[in-house]
Every structure is written in structure tokens, then in C-alpha cells.
Design a protein around this ligand. Structure first.
Ligand SMILES: O=P(O)(O)OC[C@H]1O[C@](O)(COP(=O)(O)O)[C@@H](O)[C@@H]1O
Ligand SMILES: [Mg+2]
Ligand SMILES: [Mg+2]
Length: 333
């Protein structure tokens, strides 16, 4: 098999297909390098003193794990020096991080969930990193938080890494979805899946069923129908998986189909769902749509939502198109 590295793939996209500018290529390479560093830290586990909690709360009121902080630092440091960036925003930071002393100013803004699936860190279950790239506003002034509030349809690139049995990087620049596997001996990302497509036929769904008593009626109806199996209206038995790492659940869906749901529920009306629009929902929606799937908040296409604030939460339904359309239609009835 001819090995194509991430660098070769990106150079090809830039030069032969003209789908990405050189600055975006370099930025993606820096993010990929940071993910490699995070992967090494994750792999050390107890030996690297990276497990456990840091006993600090982030802006979301969640207790940070040591690896949340380490991964955030790795991404900040790599991109401060390496990427063509004007500013960054992270799930773990209250406000945006400007790139100091850069002239001319970088053209892009990077957003990330440095460590996704935090509850799985200490039990050695797959975790990951999610990122999204937006264009910085043109002109000389440094970006403000307001400049980040662009709908997902404006993303120029998005990706995620999964630190699991293998470390993989899944990437889109708006021209399909490709998967690269980290060759740990060589230290390089190798293209292992081109033009990933979410299988249309699916018999698998993912939802945290312990919240069932709080769900709104459309979600209850949809899940009840799946659980009724062959005897129910769907006339098919469905299987359920819930890893509690969005990266790993989405990676499974990209490979073998299915639907992922983290709905809003009746508990906290002003907290619509758990997942974050800018760091989780938008980048995953971009990837899923590029792989032939769909992503909604139950009413609207995720990527059409006009963000109101940086750390905004949103209900998420994504994966195989027909299933996402069905549960979305139940919300409209
Ligand atoms: O523990 P729950 O409620 O099942 O939530 C799991 C969800 O929370 C998340 O871990 C949230 O992400 P973080 O770990 O980055 O906060 C998702 O990856 C996952 O899908
Ligand atoms: Mg997350
Ligand atoms: Mg996180």
C-alpha cells in the first residue's frame, strides 16, 4: 500500500486541487502535531502523572481533570508559535486567547475542546480532541469574542482526534472527510480512510438513557420506537452504544452508521443540552455532513444556528441522515 502522509495529503489539496490555502495547511499541521503530543501524554497515564482531577472548576462549572488542562496548554503553546492564527477559544477558557505580537495578524481563528470525554480519562476508555477553524475578520484590529460568533456553515476546517486503541485524526476542509492513523514508530499521520461516508442503513443508536425520565416527548417517542424492535413500528431490532466520549461515538457512526443524541431536557430550561455549539456540535456537524449525514438541534440544522455566546450549549442529533430527519420531524409534529 502506498503511504500518504497528512503533509503529502494537505500539499496535494493545496497545490493540485487548490482547495486550501498554504496558511490553512500549515495551521492544520500544527494542530495535528499538538494532537500527537496530547496522544503521548494520554498514553503515559499513571506513569506520567496525568490522571485524576486538578480540583479546579472551568468556566462551565465543571471540575477540570489534569488532562483537560495539559491538553489545553499543549494546543495553546503549539498554535501561538506555529499557526497562522489571530486568536483561539477553548472549552476550558473563559474568554478568547489573542495571539500576541504578530504582524501581519493571522487570518484564522481556532476553537477547540482540548480533551473530549473527560469522564473516561481515568478508566482508560477512548477520549479525544475536537477542533474548528473560522476566518478572522479582515482588517488590522485584533478579533473580539463577537468575531467568533459565526454559524458553523462558515467553518473552513474541522477535525477530531481519538486517543483509543489507535490514535486517529479525522479531518474535513469542506472537500470530504479523511482519516489518518498515527504511526507511533515513525511519528507520522498516515492516510488510512479516504472520503468516509456514513452508511445509510443503520440499526444502532447512542443516547445516555439514564436521562430518559427528563426527555421531551419527541425524544421519548423516537427512542421507544427503536426499543420496540421488530414488534414495533420500525419492524427492526436496534442496538444501543454509549461511550460517553462524543469523539468515539461519532467515530463509530462515521464508520458503521447510526445516530448520536444528546437532547436538551426538562431539568434546566436555560441550559439547552450538555454539548457546546462552538467546540463540539459545529465541528462534528461539519464532518458528519461532509460524510453524507445530517446534524440538527431537533429543529434546525446545527450549522445554521447563529451563536449568541462563546460557550453556548445546544441539543444535538447527528449521524445517518434518515434517522436524524425522522427524530427532527417528530419535534416538528
Ligand atoms: O456523562 P454523560 O452525561 O453521558 O455525557 C457524555 C458526553 O459528555 C462529554 O464528555 C462532554 O465533553 P467533555 O468531556 O469535553 O466535557 C461528551 O464527550 C459525551 O458525549
Ligand atoms: Mg467535549
Ligand atoms: Mg472537554
Amino acid at each position: 500500500m502506498k503511504r500518504i502522509s497528512l503533509t503529502q495529503y494537505l500539499v496535494e489539496e493545496q497545490r493540485s486541487h487548490n482547495t486550501i490555502p498554504a496558511e490553512l495547511r500549515l495551521l492544520i499541521e500544527v494542530v495535528a502535531r499538538a494532537c500527537k503530543t496530547i496522544s503521548h501524554a494520554v498514553g503515559k497515564g499513571a506513569l506520567g502523572d496525568v490522571l485524576g482531577t486538578a480540583n479546579i472548576e472551568n468556566v462551565q462549572g465543571e471540575v477540570q481533570k489534569k488532562l483537560d488542562i495539559i491538553s489545553n496548554e499543549i494546543l495553546l503553546e503549539a498554535n501561538e508559535w506555529g499557526g497562522h492564527l489571530a486568536a483561539m477559544a477553548s472549552e476550558e477558557m473563559e474568554t478568547i486567547h489573542l495571539i500576541p505580537n504578530r504582524y501581519p495578524m493571522g487570518e484564522y481563528m481556532l476553537l477547540f475542546d482540548p480533551l473530549d470525554g473527560s469522564s473516561n480519562i481515568d478508566v482508560n476508555v477512548s477520549i479525544g480532541t475536537i477542533f474548528s477553524v473560522l476566518k478572522a475578520p479582515e482588517g488590522m484590529g485584533q478579533p473580539t469574542e463577537q468575531d467568533f460568533l459565526q454559524p458553523g456553515s462558515k467553518q473552513v476546517a474541522a477535525g477530531y482526534a481519538v486517543y483509543g486503541p489507535q490514535t486517529v485524526l479525522v479531518l474535513t476542509t469542506g472537500n470530504g472527510v479523511n482519516c489518518f492513523t498515527l504511526d507511533r514508530e515513525m511519528g507520522s499521520w498516515v492516510l488510512t480512510q479516504s472520503n468516509m461516508q456514513i452508511p445509510v442503513e443503520t440499526r444502532e443508536y447512542a443516547i445516555n438513557a439514564s436521562n430518559a425520565r427528563h426527555w421531551f416527548p419527541p425524544v421519548t417517542r423516537y427512542v421507544n420506537e427503536l426499543q420496540a424492535g421488530k414488534a414495533g413500528p420500525r419492524e427492526t431490532d436496534f442496538n444501543m452504544r454509549w461511550i460517553a466520549s462524543m469523539v468515539a461515538d461519532v467515530h463509530r457512526i462515521l464508520n458503521r452508521g447510526g445516530i448520536f443524541m444528546y437532547p436538551g431536557d426538562a431539568r434546566e430550561p436555560d441550559k439547552p443540552g450538555k454539548l457546546r455549539l462552538m467546540y463540539e456540535a459545529n465541528p462534528m456537524a461539519f464532518i458528519v455532513e461532509q460524510a453524507g449525514g445530517a446534524a440538527t438541534d431537533g429543529a434546525n440544522r446545527i450549522m445554521d444556528i447563529q451563536p449568541q455566546k462563546l460557550h453556548q450549549r445546544v441539543p444535538v442529533f447527528l449521524g445517518s441522515k434518515s434517522e436524524v430527519e425522522r427524530v427532527t420531524a417528530y419535534h416538528q409534529q
